[in-house]
Design a protein around this ligand. Structure first.
Ligand SMILES: C[S@@+](CC[C@H](N)C(=O)[O-])C[C@H]1O[C@@H](n2cnc3c(N)ncnc32)[C@H](O)[C@@H]1O
Length: 248
């Protein structure tokens, strides 16, 4: 983790219950191998130790199911995940290494044999990383089930907002994908309005919603990987939506 002088305020949780032995070991011994540090160079050929085809960014990966699943299905691509919640970061490391709480720890922690080394983690607020990512560097941005902050007085905390969309528009390459999923009734309209109405300094629209029929946003996209929040939403009777936007 590293910080800049101007730290934006983060309103979510940074840690839940105390990590037990295996997850602590993952954070202490394995996370440093995957973290993005001030020395990291944003180069497609070297960021993952080998060249990758596409670079995807997941903002707020939670427990990491989606990024871990995408990285496994797409070994040719590189995945950057940003998450503030330490327990979530430990869960992603557990998915990548197969090390679970209660089982013994190996002498050396490594990725599962079936995995390519194609995930890098920023263990802090993505807003602190944006300025380091070059223009047009990213092919896909995933913002999945962002905290809804449903109260009107908390609306300024919602991640999908003009300030963050401006950075996403800059780092996303032309033709790139921005995917936003949410199950919250207020956030559905909010995310669509914010993104469809977002314009650059010249007043030009930047994101085109690609849906042609309701199935395109009511059903998970073909390359979707299920997440805990999605399962929870369905179990509690809320219907998630999946908005794909093309960067113009
Ligand atoms: C409601 S959870 C959803 C997690 C996951 N995307 C999923 O679908 O299961 C939202 C997550 O976003 C993270 N988050 C919120 N703002 C963030 C930011 N600015 N940078 C990095 N992570 C952020 C939170 O810590 C939280 O874990």
């Amino acid at each position: 983790m590293f910080l800049t002088n101007s730290q934006p305020k983060f309103y979510g949780r940074r840690q839940g219950r105390k990590l037990r032995k295996a997850k602590s070991a993952l954070i202490d011994s394995f996370l440093p191998q995957l973290t993005i540090t001030p020395a990291t160079v944003f180069d497609k050929k070297s960021l993952f130790g080998h060249p990758v085809e596409k670079i995807c960014l997941e903002v707020g990966f939670g427990n990491g199911e989606h990024i871990a699943g995408q990285a496994l299905k797409n070994p040719q691509d590189g995945f950057i995940g940003a998450e503030v919640f330490k327990n979530g970061i430990a869960s992603l490391l557990s998915l990548l290494t197969g090390i679970k709480e209660g089982a013994g720890l190996p002498e050396k922690i490594t990725l599962l044999p079936e995995r390519t080394d194609n995930v890098r983690i920023f263990d802090n607020d993505i807003r602190l990383l944006f300025s380091r990512i070059p223009d047009g560097f990213i092919d896909k941005v995933f913002i999945l089930f962002p905290d809804p902050w449903p109260k009107k007085r908390h609306a300024f905390r919602r991640f999908v907002n003009p300030e963050n969309l401006k950075e996403i528009a800059r780092i996303l390459k032309k033709g790139g994908l921005l995917r936003i999923a949410t199950d919250h009734k207020i956030y559905k309209g909010w995310a669509l309005r914010q993104t469809c109405n977002f314009t650059n300094d010249k007043g030009e629209k930047i994101f085109r919603w690609t849906a042609r029929s309701s199935n395109d946003w009511r059903l998970p996209p073909q390359d979707w990987v299920e997440t805990k929040y999605q399962r929870k939403a369905l179990a509690e009777g809320r219907k998630p939506v999946f908005f794909d936007f093309e960067k113009l």
